[in-house]
Design a protein around this ligand. Structure first.
Ligand code: ADP
Ligand code: G6P
Length: 478
């Protein structure tokens, strides 16, 4: 596995500072796979100038790649998080394009490719992940033509009219085409990629067989998931249930709990969601006596201006809603801006009557799947943005357009008042889907196609579930 982020990160500089578990969907998905499959994880420790030697963490062989302070600034904060991240998320904030960032991106991708080449045994499978490392497939192929190379993009892949903004668009397409198999979260993303390759005359054919440089490259949808059984088991543990009970008691046992759990990112729609909750109270569709909104947000990419701004903005909105609606002992929005351990998050999922997942754009959103996996009683209501990749599979959720404040507010009210039998029916369908299409099925289907074993004729090599339309995953329009 080659990914910028390792399952744990250092909090300090250089080789000082303590290790902490990393937040984010990529780590959540990849960790259980590497625990059950022998292999190494090549990535950055999160601290500049850190020259930590390879080590073993929880059965996973970790091979750190060092980044200098300037590279952290240009490659990570710059090109990765101020160019690709916003560009691939519908340009929610304006992406920036700087040649110095690009130079650094190139250099760091070379370093990751060299480390992956050193880590791989002859004939190994190398699986490269996400937007930080889009040049690695091509660079690795040049060094190690003997390995099979897979790439998976965890975030959306934009349509042509947005991707074309990128001054280095052809370099990125060529970089990705170095892989044998390129996985996306949705069939639409795979189609966007194939269309761009054809448009730039870098490949011919359809997404499931792109002819490039005398090879066949396959672009296909593999919707990512979670380790369902792990969450389901952990959610049944007495200590999890006891803590969930305690949370309910602390907020007021008679109050229904609405919950959100996100990285503090402008793609997540946290501001609009809190505003909608404020409207819910303003329109008297609910009151602080009968409900409370808990927002847990992990600080993320804090050196980047847009994230600093977001943090201040959310602080302001929470203050405004609380200032207007809270009463003694009845705080409207309880906001926890911190990184929690998984053991700390689980009881919140178990305690919450309604889960609000309302990103403006999201590759998949694993939080939605984690909530469902923790609802072992089969109750609870999920409100889910149409613009999360998860919306394609999780049809029984109440789906919302997060930019439509009126309807989003009303959907929160519907979730709070949903008939319990209807809620159970929906949750049972959601749990079936997530259980069947868990992260192990995801990685198996990817590996099967990468090894050339499965034909993967549709958009995914896994059989599609009864809850999901074939149209959602197949690449029919190609
Ligand atoms: P993204 O990949 O954009 O971060 P996902 O919803 O796919 O979004 O994944 C987020 C992951 O990070 C989930 O596994 C979630 O449990 C975890 N996470 C979210 N918020 C926190 C937090 N405050 N503390 C620790 N982990 C968090
Ligand atoms: C998303 C990205 C991951 C990234 C994670 C956390 O899930 O797809 O690649 O690791 O966010 O962001 P960070 O910048 O802290 O790695």
């Amino acid at each position: 596995m080659v990914a910028n982020r390792l399952p744990l990160h250092r909090t300090g500089t250089g080789s000082d500072g303590s290790w902490r578990a990393s937040a984010g969907g990529l780590v959540t998905a990849l960790e259980p796979i590497l625990r059950s499959t022998p292999g190494a994880w090549v990535g950055w420790t999160g601290a500049p100038d850190d020259r930590t030697e390879p080590f073993v963490h929880d059965g996973i062989e970790v091979r750190p790649v060092p980044l200098s302070r300037v590279e952290v600034e240009h490659y990570y904060h710059g090109m990765s998080n101020r160019t690709f991240w916003p560009l691939y998320h519908d340009a929610i904030v304006s992406p920036e394009f700087h040649r110095t960032w690009w130079g650094s991106y190139l250099e760091v991708n070379q370093r990751f490719a060299a480390e992956a080449a050193a880590a791989a045994a002859p004939g190994d499978l190398v699986w490269v992940h996400d937007y930080h490392l889009q040049l690695v497939p091509q660079l690795l192929r040049a060094r190690r033509p003997d390995v099979r190379i897979g790439f998976f993009l965890h975030i959306p892949f934009p349509p042509q009219e947005l991707f074309e903004w990128l001054p280095w668009r052809e370099e990125i397409l060529r970089g990705l085409l170095g892989a044998d198999l390129i996985g996306f979260q949705t069939a639409a993303a795979a189609r966007n990629f194939a269309q761009l390759c054809r448009h730039h005359r870098l490949a011919s054919g359809s997404a499931d067989a792109l002819e490039h440089d005398g090879r066949t490259v396959r672009a296909q949808a593999f919707p990512i998931s979670i380790d369902f059984d792990w969450f389901d088991t952990a959610a049944r543990k007495p200590e999890t249930l006891a803590r969930a009970e305690e949370i309910r008691r602390l907020v007021g046992p008679e109050r229904r709990i609405l919950l959100s759990v996100d990285r503090l990112d402008y793609t997540k729609g946290i501001d609009r969601r809190i505003e909608a909750f404020g409207e819910l109270l303003a329109r008297r569709l609910a009151s602080v006596e009968d409900c409370v909104f808990l927002q847990i947000a992990a600080p993320s990419r804090e050196a980047v201006h847009e994230y600093k701004h977001l943090r201040r903005q959310i602080d302001g909105i929470v203050g405004s809603v609380n200032g207007t609606y809270s009463t003694p002992g009845r705080i409207a929005v309880q906001y926890f801006r911190r990184n929690l351990t998984r053991a700390e998050i689980l009881p919140y999922y178990c305690a919450a009557d309604v889960m609000l997942v309302t990103p403006l754009r999201d590759g998949m959103n694993l939080v939605a799947k984690e909530y469902v996996a923790c609802r072992t009683n089969g109750d609870g209501v999920l409100v889910l943005s149409e613009f999360a990749g998860a919306a394609q599979e999780m049809r029984q959720a109440i789906q919302v357009n997060p930019r439509d404040l009126d309807r989003m507010t009303e959907s929160f009210a519907s979730a709070l008042t949903m008939d319990p039998a209807e809620a159970k029916r929906r949750m049972s369908g959601l749990r079936r889907t997530v259980r069947r299409r868990d992260v192990h099925a995801w990685s198996k289907s990817f590996f099967d196609v990468l090894r050339g074993g499965a034909d993967g004729g549709g958009g995914t090599a896994e059989p599609t579930g009864s809850d999901i339309g074939e149209d959602d995953l197949t690449d029919e329009a190609d």
